[in-house]
Write a protein that binds this ligand. Structure first.
Ligand code: ZN
Length: 174
């Protein structure tokens, strides 16, 4: 009897698939988009868990409550305890890139994180097969998110948020 109940519950939970809800459409909402872009990019690049947890734990890389930072982090967190692809030939990032992401030097780690987010966002546009108009609308939303993040960081335009700049495809700071 117990088993029957558990089986029924599993079926019911399986039928409830949040991904099919329109609220969770990555093309419609920049927060969903950025989170899924990071998840998908990490999977595709088989980024080691040790590198991912270092990024999450380095508070200097993030702006608290920034909608872009929060969702890049959520994407990274989904990678922890993830059933890993054991094929290590799939690691696309070079040892140098991985070392930079884990660097104790915050500006090195920030630049590496920015590049990573940038690459993941660009590859996710392609993966979703988004049209130019859809990409332009998403870029607009992402810029709005970045503006919000910058406001939380004190509104200093020289302040550099790695996730926000990567998501918005901003050129490197001189
Ligand atoms: Zn941010």
């Amino acid at each position: 009897m117990k088993l029957y109940i558990i089986a029924t519950l599993c079926v019911a939970l399986g039928a409830f698939n949040p991904a099919s809800q329109p609220d969770n459409d990555p093309k419609a909402d920049f927060k969903v988009f950025i989170r899924e872009a990071v998840k998908s990019g990490l999977d595709e690049n088989n980024v080691p868990e040790s590198v991912v947890s270092r990024l999450i734990d380095n508070n200097k890389l993030w702006v608290a409550k920034c909608p872009i930072c929060d969702n890049v982090k959520a994407g990274l967190k989904s990678r922890l305890n993830h059933e890993r692809n054991q094929d290590t030939t799939n690691v696309v990032l070079s040892p140098g890139e991985l070392a930079n992401l884990s660097s104790p030097n915050d500006s090195v780690a920030k630049a590496a994180l920015k590049d990573l987010v940038d690459v993941f966002v660009q590859r996710y546009y392609a993966e979703l097969g988004m049209t130019e108009a859809e990409i332009a609308a998403m870029e607009e939303q992402l810029l709005g998110g970045r503006k919000q993040g910058m406001g939380l960081a004190g509104g200093d335009e020289d302040f550099y948020c790695a996730s926000c700049d990567g998501a918005c495809h901003k050129p490197d700071k001189e």
